[in-house]
Design a protein around this ligand. Structure first.
Ligand SMILES: [Zn+2]
Length: 271
């Protein structure tokens, strides 16, 4: 697939639908909260969120939920549901999957197949799922990330659940990541791609007082890239824990303050 740049073809239905599923999981729908996910999937979360990476810890969580969602449907023997959804996505993104051979029953429901066709569908669905996970799932996962990255309440909850785990870490066990007091070491610098992403997401506004930091019409304010949950309060350096603030709010915010607002810019007001 071509590298996507600023022109992004995206399947909004799948991204938004799955984003809402990930929100439900974070709040405990099937016991896949952060703590359980890290335990079940044996995730080395500290190596991920000790410094900003483009593939964030949220990408990893989405990937797990996404895989689990379809894997569950296959385990419960709903092959046509999987086939119809995944072929729809592959067609939308113009991905050629003829390598998997011909399958005639696309569009039918599981109930409409005879036993022989059903068996064939189960085999095809597995192969299709593996192909899909390799070829297209990174794109969809990034789309789901893009939806969730604008949801500050979700990010705050995600970081709060990580915080509970960081509180239990012992500095002497992992001195490469933690200071003596158990706080994650500050990342050496905030990369330009992250500053740009946070500035765009927060629409150039301080997320505490709402000051405009775009410098289009005035130069009063300087932008800061601030940890939503401060490192001193067991925050982390993953991109999901950054927000835009003005110099004044950044300086007046205490070392351990978790102050943030979930601001939104409306497109227009209803009179
Ligand atoms: Zn401010």
């Amino acid at each position: 697939m071509d590298k996507r740049s600023t022109k992004i073809k995206w399947h909004g239905n799948e991204a938004i639908n799955m984003a809402s599923h990930v929100i439900a999981e974070l709040y405990g729908l099937n016991d896949l909260t952060i703590e359980n996910w890290i335990f079940y999937a044996d995730v080395d979360f500290l190596s991920i969120c000790a410094k900003p990476r483009k593939k964030t810890i949220l990408h990893e969580y989405i990937e797990y939920i996404y895989f689990t969602n379809y894997d569950y449907m296959l385990d419960k023997h709903f092959p046509m549901e999987v086939i119809n959804t995944l072929t729809g996505l592959l067609d939308f993104y113009n991905i050629d999957y003829t390598i998997l051979g011909k399958f005639d029953n696309v569009g039918k429901t599981d109930d409409e197949l005879n036993p022989e066709e059903f068996e064939e569908a189960e085999d095809y669905a597995r192969e299709l799922f593996d192909f899909f996970m390799d070829e297209l799932s990174p794109v969809i996962i990034d789309d789901i990330f893009t939806v969730l990255y604008s949801n500050k309440l979700f990010l705050f909850e995600f970081n709060s659940q990580l915080r509970e785990l960081i509180l239990n870490l012992k500095a002497e066990d992992i001195p490469e990541y933690l200071k003596k007091d158990g706080v994650i070491k500050r990342c050496k610098y905030i990369p330009q791609w992250l500053k740009r992403g946070v500035f765009m997401r927060d629409k150039g506004r301080c997320q505490i007082c709402g000051a405009d930091l775009t410098k289009i019409l005035n130069l009063d304010n300087t932008e800061n890239y601030d940890h939503i949950i401060p490192l001193e309060n067991r925050g982390n350096n993953d991109p999901i824990n950054f927000q835009l603030t003005c110099e004044h709010c950044n300086k007046s915010k205490g070392d351990r303050s978790m102050a943030f607002n979930s601001l939104s810019n409306r497109y227009w007001d209803i009179d």
